[in-house]
Design a protein around this ligand. Structure first.
Ligand code: SF4
Ligand code: SF4
Length: 473
């Protein structure tokens, strides 16, 4: 039976009743708390190095600036985003939408080819859980058997010290992650200003830091593997994103089955799996990868290392569990680029082309200038005609802009009501009313199209049009 928490990629074993229940919950309806053994091996070492790179990038990026603004900023509160120097403000919802859409198509394409490579190597949840919090836990409480013993033991001074040190360390790291998150939301400059000023001046932000610290602490101290197996929507979508050509951490059942314990001195007729259960013992989500690809597998590679070390010990070839695909196991051949991936690549190229065009052709300002509702033209004594307009100028950059509106054609003048200061803060907006005055000699029709531009100093930021009404000749 295939349940929603299963992914029918690898051929399941004859008895697939394990799919009928969620392994994070036991038969009494209580949580199965997993104590994975310390992973070690070639793949784990690779992941350690990759984690160093990822964490360095995560912590250094908020300090990187381009054009005097952060390289990345996700200010959801003010709807301001900066993606590698490209500022996306509240006016650029279409740009934001298209960026998100192409990001989603990219995720679909990436997952179809490489499965959950992201989850195992780069997802902040796995990186922090397995490479930071779990390491702290191993350091303080020891490997899985010692952790189990400690949890069962009575509350002695040693236990209080170990548990206290562990959870206090968890709290500190959660606080650090909360600050890291905020540095991506409001930027490091604002964050350091807030931290250096009295709490009373920034109560909402300090409350935010406390709330996020509590959420991260809850996540890494209690929720743990269930963040991936129950909460994460990406994890739940694996069943539709992956296919038989996707690269996953998989057990080579053709080589491993039938599994059988190793009996010294006996001629072995069974497969290479010696049923040592080491792959299960190291799994942070508590699954048995030999049952086939499952939604709970975050592709952390711990079972590859565990099995490789067993294969080494018993003198069999490594790679009984490895990165491969279902088709590669069955036929020995794998196709990374299929018609499905070609389709995704085609859509992605279209989206990126549209995105590129929109970014290149994008103006720094967006101006709307309409005739004031209900207003008529005014015939002036000096032989000119006036129309009254209301205007709005939006600054689509994150820098201060001092715009000047200029009438390009026909000849005429602009007379602003009240001499407004049009200076625009980053992502700011300015509005007002203006008379456009044009000599009658320039107007041939009742309705004339006006061409206007917005300048900053000598730089033309934008051109736009509006209509001008004049009496019938
Ligand atoms: S099955 Fe293997 S790769 Fe998947 S989560 Fe468990 S240990 Fe990690
Ligand atoms: S670690 Fe390898 S040999 Fe041991 S049970 Fe798992 S697949 Fe079989």
């Amino acid at each position: 039976m295939i349940t929603p928490n299963s992914i029918p990629v690898s051929t399941p074993p004859a008895d697939d009743s394990f799919r009928d229940h969620f392994n994070g919950i036991n038969e009494d309806g209580k949580r199965n708390w997993f104590y994975p053994q310390k992973p070690k091996g070639v793949w784990h070492n690779r992941r350690i190095w990759f984690t160093v790179v990822i964490l360095t990038l995560l912590f250094v990026t908020p300090f990187l600036k381009y054009n005097n603004q952060p390289l990345l900023l996700f200010n959801v509160l003010e709807r301001k985003f900066i993606i590698f120097g490209l500022f996306i403000g509240p006016q650029d919802y279409w740009l934001f939408g298209l960026t998100m859409l192409s990001f989603m198509v990219f995720i679909v394409l990436f997952t179809t080819i490489f499965g959950r490579l992201w989850c195992g190597w780069a997802c902040p949840q796995t990186v922090f859980m397995e490479m930071v919090f779990r390491k702290i836990e191993y350091f303080i409480e020891g490997d899985s058997s010692k952790q189990k013993l400690l949890n069962k033991s009575p509350w002695t001074g040693d236990k209080v010290l170990k548990k206290g040190t562990k959870y206090f360390s968890f709290l500190l790291v959660s606080f650090l992650i909360a600050n890291l998150l905020l540095s991506y939301v409001i930027g490091v400059d604002k964050l350091s200003k807030i931290i250096s000023e009295p709490i009373s001046q920034h109560v909402p932000f300090f409350s935010g830091i406390i709330i996020f610290t509590a959420v991260f602490y809850f996540n890494f101290a209690w929720l743990r593997d269930q963040a991936c197996t129950v909460v994460c929507p990406y994890g739940r979508l694996q069943g539709v994103l992956m296919d038989r050509n996707s690269i996953v951490v998989a057990y080579d059942y053709k080589r491993g089955e039938p599994r059988e314990k190793l009996h010294k001195g006996h001629d072995r007729t069974a497969g290479d799996c010696i049923s040592c259960f080491q792959c299960v013992a190291v799994c942070p989500t508590g699954i048995d990868i030999r049952n086939g690809t499952q939604m709970e597998c975050v592709n952390c590679t711990a079972c590859i290392d565990a099995c490789d070390s067993i294969m080494d010990k018993v003198g069999f070839d490594k790679g009984l569990i490895k990165y491969t695909s279902e088709n590669a196991i069955v036929s020995g051949v794998n196709k990374l680029i299929t018609n499905r991936t070609r389709g995704y690549i085609f859509v992605l190229v279209l989206l990126w082309s549209a995105l590129g065009y929109l970014v290149v052709s994008r103006n720094d300002t967006q101006t709307t200038l309409f005739r004031a509702p209900g207003s008529q033209y005014i015939e002036n004594k000096d032989g000119t005609i006036s129309n009254l307009y209301t205007f709005k100028i939006f600054n689509k950059t994150n820098q201060i802009v001092k715009p000047v509106i200029h009438l390009d054609s026909p000849k005429g003048t602009l007379l602003f009501a009240g001499k407004p200061d049009l200076t625009l803060e980053g992502a700011g907006m300015s509005e007002g009313t203006v008379f456009i005055i044009i000599p009658k000699s320039e107007l041939k029709n009742r309705k004339t199209k006006l061409k206007l531009s917005v300048y900053q100093a000598k730089e033309k930021l934008e051109t736009f049009e509006t209509t001008f009404m004049a009496p019938e000749e």
